[in-house]
Design a binder for this molecule. Structure first.
Ligand SMILES: Nc1ncnc2c1ncn2[C@@H]1O[C@H](COP(=O)(O)OP(=O)(O)OP(=O)(O)O)[C@@H](O)[C@H]1O
Ligand SMILES: [Mg+2]
Length: 1078
């Protein structure tokens, strides 16, 4: 969708009128009223045609934001509400697009906002012009020149805390694309008297305070300064601090700005040294000294300050001291030196300070120009911004006011000239008949001041150059003679009798009727100030300085270039520079900003009507409006005009196809606007009276309302219709859904009813079938039953005779079954304990169950034994295995056996590990010891016994001495062939050895032991496990043993006992050994 472009206009939402040209009726009262109304609504800008009136708001308004810049960018001048940006944009665009050099003339009295306006213009242009690193650097340098110049050229005055004490004109240069290239600044007439003296409530130039507040201790020391303002005679004390101004911070800003602009560190340092020197000059004081020849002479009171100044500036102290004491006048190759009295010395000191400072200021401007000048030689387009002091009327007006007002007079003239010229040019351009306009031309006042032969400035110069005594009074006399008849000159002393009795006009004054009002000038000081005299001795002393900057400031001090001609006077210098300025301005397209100060208190929201009235008068603003309105008050290009009013006529609404001009013609005809009220230019319509315009606006407003109603009506109708159509469509959808839903419901109901009926019928049918089937079944069953009964009766009748024969057997079996059942059930309750040695067993109930009962007892015993065995650990199992082995070997064979059953088999009865006596024995045996026990070895020869340690290991049988533990014999188990013993209750046993083996050399062994059963068992088991052969164990009361070569019979005799219950042994002969057993 194409974006709808809404054309706005200055006339929209206007507060009062945005353009004074539209003011009806036009008089001072309505003019001020309009300004006030707009001011009260924060509209500080108002137009007079293309001139912008700016009323100082004395507070920051949110109307300078980057968004605002965007709003005003590339918009027509009258499209938006009045703004300084609109003027800046217009000027910049016509510079860029139409190649017209521009100048922006900002006027107004002190504190009206000129400097702020000039900065706003510059910042707007900087914001909208080209971008890029190089361009940005140029912009930054141009903008940063402001803080530097303000620090040195601005001061706090009673009217303005940041009053510009010099006039400034800055040319900003652009290339063909509209990108800034550089700039040139011109300065006018710095108010240098401020350096040495300030009126009450005012300050010296900012830089002095900034330096003392913001410089580091180190810098102050270097400049030989102290931070205390009161130390310096040139600094007024009563307003050293300005509210809301941070001098120290500003000092940093200024230094930073100087750096950006391109000052080297050395240059900055030099500048500050000059500032310090000026400050210190003020502290030099003189005292009178009478000479013998009667002449007054002065002497410096305290030379310390002088010394420091000389150190700072590298001036020979003697030279400077002399310059303060003597004055050399050169005339006709003659040099005459006269001494200075105290007053002259002070005059010389102050003149030096003022000159130093003002020349420093000019140097600064030149230095900035050097930095910001355009680097290329291509043709440049120029936009000049003039921020110059406005018209001044004080109680005491002196030379400065005279000069300033002269400048304003010139500006007013150029304003009138250019405005009229522009107006006339526009009429010619638009082919409209030019009507003569009456206006006050102030050229006559300019002439009074600047005329080369009898102008006031020429008179003053003449007086200054005239030989003989020249005073302010002689100058006034001369004026009275020459200008007396001028209608704008008034003086008591003039020949014109009009003022002879005018008491408001003192004798030492003259009055000029400026275009902006009458101003009374005190003639005192005119001559001096115009002369602006600096004694040559001082300028020469300065030239001799080692300080390069100071030296360069006083070129006339160079003796080689002595110029006896007087330097141009201040007045003529100023006149010349104003003339150059005017020439410059005349070549450019002017844009005016007229600044107005709403009150004297620097306060926001206060609008002092009488003050404003005064300014409006001397700025000639009403005049301005009249000029603008003389022919036609309002003009507008055809396109925007048609665009704005096309709705007032049927033919042009909503679209006009033809050219805009004919559209406007049709429109105006249709509206029946009287012919004399307007005129058609080439590109614009000219409206004579604002009233006509307002009528048009009223009709438009009414028409807009009607149109709004129409649009509203159509819109509402459309909205209702769409709403209705939507409702209708929705209704159809809803109805369809409802019907469908109802049908669905009905269908479901019918379906479920059908199902119910269906199920009833089916149920009924099924039940009927069931009944039939049941009936059939019952019939069948009845037949079967009857048949069964019949068959039963038949069979019973048949079998009755067999029944009696089997009855006894059946009853017996049944009874037996019952008894056995009962037996088992009772047994269950009478079971003995699970201990294997428990011998209890319930008595047998029936004889016929005897065998069963015994079997049951056996099974139960086996079962509990198993249970008992299952609890054994491996260790226990081994023990029982051994015991079992013993029982298998000896039970019922040897009488000794029963007594061994209860003894546990311990094996190692002798603990040879623990007994240190057997340590050697233990070390000798590496294998596991199975038996270690003391046995009696029977002597083969006599049957006596000796104690021996009997050791059985896995593979060997060892005999050791009981006392010493020494091994006596060692028999490998493989060599043991048999063990023999009696069947009696004794512990004797013989160990038979394999014939021919090494161990068998002495013959078989015969032992007696308390643990025979255990030892034999273990020997048997060990042999079996090691050799896999069953050891032969012979149990007999008579057996043969091999003692060396002899076979000896061992015979056991029972009961043949002599010494108690211990068995004894006796060798009877070679062939017999008898053992008596109790
Ligand atoms: N547009 C503005 N918005 C806000 N404050 C403003 C504006 N214009 C001026 N002022 C205020 O008014 C003060 C004085 O303005 P400015 O220094 O521009 O006056 P001036 O006309 O240059 O005076 P002088 O002739 O003494 O130099 C400013 O310091 C600022 O506080
Ligand atoms: Mg200013």
């Amino acid at each position: 969708m194409a974006k709808m472009e809404v054309k706005s206009s200055l006339l929209d939402n206007m507060i009062g009128v945005g353009d004074m040209v539209l003011l009806e009726p036009l008089n001072e009262e309505t003019f001020i009223g309009n300004l006030k109304k707009r001011f009260d609504h924060n509209e500080i800008y108002t137009y007079i045609g293309s001139v912008v009136i700016s009323v100082n708001p004395y507070r920051s308004l949110p109307i300078y934001s980057p968004e605002k810049v965007e709003d005003y960018r590339n918009r027509n001048f009258y499209e938006l509400s009045p703004h300084i940006f609109a003027l800046s944009d217009e000027a910049y665009r016509s510079l860029r697009d139409q190649d017209k050099d521009q100048c922006i003339l900002i006027t107004g009295e002190s504190g009206a906002g000129k400097t702020e306006a000039s900065k706003l213009v510059m910042s707007y242009v900087a914001a909208v012009c080209g971008k890029g690193a190089e361009v940005n650097e140029v912009k930054e340098q141009l903008l940063q020149s402001n803080p530097v110049l303000e620090a040195f050229g601005n001061a706090k005055t009673v009217r303005n805390d940041n009053s510009s004490r010099f006039g400034k004109y800055m040319d900003i240069e652009f290339d063909f694309k509209g990108d800034p290239l550089g700039g040139v600044i011109s300065n006018y007439l710095l108010e240098k008297s401020r350096v040495v003296k300030q009126p009450r409530g005012e300050r010296n130039f900012h830089v002095f305070y900034q330096l003392l507040s913001g410089a580091s201790e180190e810098l102050l020391q270097k400049l030989k300064l102290e931070r205390d303002f009161s130390r310096y005679n040139y600094l007024s004390l009563d307003s050293a601090k300005v509210n809301g101004v941070d001098d120290a911070a500003n000092f940093r800003t200024v230094r930073n700005a100087m750096q950006i602009v391109g000052f080297t560190d050395h240059e900055t340092e030099s500048v500050l040294e000059v500032v310090a020197a000026v400050l210190k000059l003020g502290n030099i004081e003189f005292k009178p000294e009478s000479r013998v020849n009667g002449l007054d002479e002065s002497k410096i009171k305290d030379k310390n300050e002088l010394k420091e100044i000389c150190e700072l500036t590298s001036i020979d102290q003697l030279v400077l001291e002399r310059a303060f004491s003597f004055r050399t006048v050169e005339a006709k190759q003659e040099k005459v030196s006269t001494t200075l009295n105290v007053a002259q010395a002070y005059y010389a000191r102050d003149a030096l300070a003022k000159n130093l400072y003002s020349r420093l200021f000019s140097w600064l401007v030149n230095r900035i120009n050097e930095s910001i000048k355009a680097q290329t030689k291509v043709r440049k387009k120029v936009m000049g911004v003039l921020d110059i002091y406005g018209f001044e009327i004080f109680e005491d007006n002196s030379f400065e006011q005279f000069i300033i007002n002269y400048c304003n007079e010139k500006l007013q003239q150029i304003f009138i000239e250019l405005t009229l010229k522009e107006e006339q040019e526009e009429y010619i351009r638009e082919d409209i008949e030019w009507t003569h306009i009456d206006y006050f031309n102030n050229a006559i006042i300019c002439d009074l001041i600047e005329n080369n032969t009898n102008g006031i400035l020429a008179m003053l110069d003449e007086e200054c150059l005239r030989p003989g005594t020249v005073t302010d009074e002689t100058f006034l006399e001369k004026l009275n003679q020459v200008c007396a008849t001028h209608q704008h000159f008034e003086s008591r002393m003039s020949k014109c009798s009009r003022f002879l009795n005018d008491t408001t006009l003192p004798h030492s004054c003259f009055r000029i009727q400026h275009y902006a009002g009458k101003v009374l000038y005190q003639v005192e000081g005119f001559v001096d100030k115009n002369n602006d005299l600096l004694y040559r001795d001082l300028s020469q002393a300065m030239w001799k300085a080692g300080h390069a900057l100071i030296k360069s400031l006083f070129p006339e001090g160079n003796p080689a270039k002595v110029n006896l001609k007087r330097p141009p006077t201040a007045g003529s210098q100023f006149k010349a520079s104003v003339a150059t300025l005017m020439k410059n301005l005349q070549t450019k397209n002017p844009n005016y900003i007229r600044c107005i100060k709403p009150n004297d208190k620097k306060a926001a929201h206060i609008f002092n009507e009488s003050l404003v009235c005064h300014q409006i008068r001397y700025l000639g603003l009403l005049e301005n409006v009249r000029v603008r309105r003389a022919g036609y008050a309002f003009r507008q290009a055809y396109e925007p005009c048609l665009e704005r009013y096309k709705m007032l006529c049927k033919q042009t609404w909503p679209h006009w196809k033809g050219p805009a001009r004919s559209g406007v013609e049709v429109l105006f005809n249709e509206l029946a606007i009287p012919m004399e009220e307007y005129s058609f230019g080439r590109s614009k319509i000219f409206i004579r009276n604002p009233r006509t315009l307002f009528q048009l606006e009223d009709i438009r407003k009414q028409r807009l309302e009607d149109l709004a109603t129409l649009i509203q009506k159509i819109y509402r109708g459309w909205k209702c219709r769409t709403h209705f159509l939507l409702m209708k469509k929705s209704q159809v959808v809803i109805a369809a859904w409802c019907r469908r839903y109802a049908q669905q419901k009905r269908y479901q109901k019918i379906k479920s009813s059908a199902l119910v009926i269906q199920s009833y019928i089916r149920g009924w049918k099924a039940r009927k079938l069931l009944r039939e089937l049941k009936h059939q079944k019952r019939c069948k069953e009845a037949a079967t039953t009857i048949a069964a009964y019949w068959h039963g009766t038949q069979v019973r009748r048949e079998y009755r005779k067999f029944f009696r024969a089997n009855a006894g057997k059946k009853i017996y079996e049944f009874t037996l079954q019952r008894i056995v059942q009962k037996y088992f059930l009772e047994m269950k309750n009478k079971m003995p304990s699970l201990s294997p040695i428990d011998k209890n067993w319930p008595p047998r109930p029936y004889l016929f169950l005897d065998s069963t009962h015994k079997e049951l007892k056996r099974i139960f015993h086996l079962w509990r034994c198993k249970k008992y065995r299952d609890q054994f650990s491996d260790q226990q199992k081994l023990i029982y295995e051994e015991k079992l082995e013993a029982s298998e070997l000896f039970k019922d064979k040897k009488a000794l056996y029963p007594s061994s059953v209860g003894q546990p088999f311990q094996g190692a009865y002798l603990e040879i590990n623990k007994n240190p006596k057997y340590k050697k024995l233990k070390d000798a045996i590496e294998e596991k010891i199975i038996i270690a026990e003391v046995v009696n070895k029977i002597n083969r020869a006599n049957g006596k016994s000796t104690s021996r340690i009997f050791l059985l290991t896995n593979n060997n049988l060892l005999l050791a001495d009981q006392k010493s533990g020494q091994i006596k014999s060692e028999v490998p188990l493989v060599d043991v062939t048999k063990v023999s013993m009696s069947s009696q209750n004794d512990g004797f046993f013989a160990v038979h050895l394999k014939e021919g083996s090494e161990a068998a050399s002495k013959g078989d062994f015969l032992f007696s032991s308390d643990h025979l059963i255990e030892m034999a068992t273990k020997l048997y088991r060990t042999t079996l496990s090691q050799t896999n052969q069953k050891l032969n164990i012979e149990i007999s009361d008579e057996f043969l043993v091999q003692f060396r070569q002899d076979k000896v019979c061992v015979k056991f005799i029972q009961g043949a006992q002599k010494n108690g219950s211990v068995p004894t042994c006796k060798r009877r002969n070679n062939r017999l050994l008898e053992v008596a057993v109790p």
